[in-house]
Design a protein around this ligand. Structure first.
Ligand code: C5P
Length: 226
């Protein structure tokens, strides 16, 4: 039998990456950032001069893309990412990639390829996987499913702080809220594997909670369930 899996899903900017990483460290599990995979593919599509709406073009790139993820030693960086041997760790967090990623992630050919890779990585279990469809599609039999949320105001504030820390141009909170809401709408309303709380997921609303508090909550749920 495989080792346990923790699935963490939720809208953009809810703190999934930071929390998933911290939970993985606390529980001694691996950490899989699936959003980084969709972002890496988006970066490669844009860099190749292909329109994100050019489905055959995107499909071709997706079917041959080799994505590698490695945990960074720097907590600010999260994961380091390579696609076809080229590192794109910083680039995948840009505003340009972020505003195009939902169009790529909505395509069936893209999801078929990436989900298969995620399931392969999770075959033996022992990981915390984070994304939009982990509890509903990628690992529906995960031992613990968390749906992480926060108000849009709080999420915009966090996302803006992240961007500032990484040296991106300053954006107004209003613009950040609009971008986050748009991305959530696209992710929640696509045909394939939309962002949705799994029926058996536990929702944690993180407004006003610290990373440590959220991590402790998830860790104690994990010990209850496994
Ligand atoms: O989590 P992050 O913001 O990095 O995800 C970027 C985008 O990748 C999401 O907005 C969504 O369109 C897509 N995604 C997805 N399924 C996942 C993870 C991310 O569709 N499991």
């Amino acid at each position: 039998k495989r080792l346990p899996i923790v699935a963490i899903d939720g809208p953009a900017g809810a703190g999934k990456s930071t929390v998933a990483r911290s939970v993985a460290q606390t529980l001694g599990l691996l950490y899989l950032d699936t959003g980084a995979m969709y972002r890496a593919l988006t970066w490669l599509v844009l860099k190749s001069g292909i329109s994100v709406d050019d489905r055959p073009g995107v499909t071709e790139i997706a079917s041959t893309a080799q994505i590698d993820l490695r945990m960074s030693d720097d907590p600010q960086t999260g994961v380091r990412v390579w696609i076809n041997g080229q590192e794109c760790t910083q680039e995948i967090r840009s505003v340009e990639v972020t505003s195009n990623v939902s169009a790529i992630a909505a395509q069936k050919a893209v999801r078929d390829v990436l989900v298969q890779q995620q399931q392969q990585w999770g075959e033996k279990g022992g990981l915390v996987a984070e994304g939009r469809d982990i509890g509903t599609h990628v690992f529906p039999d995960a031992e613990l499913k968390i749906f992480l949320t926060a108000s849009v105001a709080e999420r915009a504030r966090r996302r803006r702080a992240d961007l500032l820390a990484s040296g991106e141009a300053e954006l107004s909170l209003e613009k950040m809220q609009k971008d986050l809401s748009e991305r959530d709408w696209k992710d929640s309303n696509r045909d394939i594997a939309p962002l949705q709380k799994a029926a058996d997921a536990i929702e944690i609303q993180t407004d006003g909670l610290s990373i440590t508090q959220v991590t402790e909550q998830i860790a104690s749920l994990y010990w209850e369930k496994t």
